[in-house]
Design a protein around this ligand. Structure first.
Ligand SMILES: Nc1ncnc2c1ncn2[C@@H]1O[C@H](COP(=O)(O)OP(=O)(O)O)[C@@H](O)[C@H]1O
Ligand SMILES: [Mg+2]
Length: 400
């Protein structure tokens, strides 16, 4: 387990020394830095802070309201940093306000080594930094739509369901913050809470809080919906995406992101974290145009080519454009196709049920199940078109 980085802030040098000494007796290894500053000025210096835990000494008689406003600024910039304040003020109002501003613990000004130790362990347990936590490291799969209607949301939701059916623990984040509709593909009702609720309470982000705001699609599949009111999406910042993904990848095997067509600061931050980006197209010219533009953006973002997979959805073997044509036009090799199947896709979307659950025998469900199986390292399904391409290829290789 890595050392925890602790930053101590106080306006008084002797208090900084005293707190540093108290921390020296902590049970775990800590990297401690000290900063001479009043809590009221800390907001202005927020960008210079880098720590897992920030301990702020709020001196008696200081302006508590200004200190909390300043800490709120710090919390916004560093949502993953836990804040402990030292204060003699015990009024309920002050405590509640402090928690609202993102403070996790309020300790008395004369807190000793044991009090710090206990507070640090509580924080470590809550944020998943405790030594006994296995620390899952889930894969992040992002779905981008090269042109509206490509099927990115349909594939993201249904692949998520197929992965969960095959034993993986899956989370899906709908990052179409303006018009997200992923929940509609998997349920017949609206999601009660969304990513906006999680971000409003980002200072108390932990597994339980995240899960409480997600829709449970099936026992191993949770969905974090987009906000109903697009205005709420504006509150969500790239730092929040960092914090959400850091937490989710510790608790899920796969975190699926639906970023839709919208490439902005926030979705690009999400894509930065992705292990694989599935760019969804269809085999027709307007989609190819969209794909080329999107691949160009990924290139300018310097994403390695192995990170991008072009997925041809609604694929028909006798269509006007072949896979070879698409590969030549887009300049990448294509390994993934999902067949067109209006009946199964429409019935699933209309009922808000995953296609593998509703029409498991349909070509589209088999294709998705094969895709999920391949990601999980299981034998590919024979019926699946793209895996057949591979298995034939493999057979040829074996004979060579
Ligand atoms: N392979 C497929 N066969 C038939 N219909 C599909 C297929 N994939 C997606 N659809 C349908 O296409 C429509 C648009 O899909 P959607 O995922 O919302 O697109 P996007 O998110 O890329 O804008 C949906 O009604 C969906 O049910
Ligand atoms: Mg969509």
């Amino acid at each position: 387990m890595n050392d925890l980085n602790i930053a101590i802030v106080s306006a008084d040098m002797s208090r900084l020394d005293g707190i540093g000494r108290a921390l020296a007796s902590a049970a775990r290894r800590l990297q401690v830095t000290e900063m001479k500053c009043t809590p009221q000025r800390l907001g202005a210096l927020a960008s210079q802070l880098a720590a897992d835990i920030l301990i702020v000494d709020c001196a008696e008689g200081g302006d508590n309201a200004a200190a909390l406003t300043s800490l709120e600024q710090v919390g916004m910039q560093h949502p993953r940093m836990a804040i402990i304040i030292l204060s003699q003020c015990e009024s309920a109002d002050f405590l509640i306000q402090a928690m609202r501003c993102g403070v996790r613990e309020v300790l008395p000004s004369n807190a000793d080594g044991a009090a710090f130790d206990a507070a640090i362990e509580r924080i470590a347990a809550k944020t998943g930094r405790s030594g006994d936590q296995a620390g899952r490291s889930g894969k992040v799969l992002a779905f981008a739509s090269c042109k509206g209607g490509s099927g990115a949301t349909f594939l993201a939701t249904n692949l998520g369901h197929a992965l969960a059916e095959q034993g993986a623990k899956v989370a899906l984040f709908d990052l179409n913050l303006q018009f997200g509709d992923a929940a509609l593909y998997l349920s017949d009702g609206k999601a009660a809470t969304s990513i906006a609720d999680v971000v409003q309470g980002i200072y108390r982000l932990d597994e339980a809080f995240l899960k409480a705001n997600m829709m449970q699609v099936s026992p191993d599949f949770d969905l974090l919906a987009a906000p109903e009111d697009p205005a709420l999406g504006l509150e969500i910042k790239p730092e929040h995406i960092d914090a959400l993904l850091a937490l989710a990848t510790r608790h899920y095997d796969y975190v699926i992101l639906d970023v839709g067509r919208n490439l902005d600061g926030l979705t690009i931050r999400a894509l930065d974290h992705a292990d694989t980006i599935f760019a969804v197209v269809q085999a027709s010219l307007p989609f190819v145009h969209g794909a080329k533009r999107m691949l160009g953006i990924f290139q300018s973002l310097e994403y390695p080519t192995r990170k991008i997979e072009l997925v041809v959805n609604r694929f028909q073997k006798d269509g006007a454009l072949t896979i070879k044509d698409l590969e030549a036009a887009c300049g990448v090799s294509i390994r993934l196709t999902v067949p067109l199947h209006e009946e199964a896709a429409e019935a699933a979307a209309n009922q808000g049920v995953a296609v593998t659950a509703l029409a498991g025998g349909s070509p589209i469900a088999k294709s998705l199940a094969g895709w999920a199986g391949a990601l999980l390292g299981k034998a590919p399904a024979e019926e699946n078109h793209w895996f057949n391409r591979f298995s034939r290829f493999n057979r040829i290789l074996k004979r060579a």
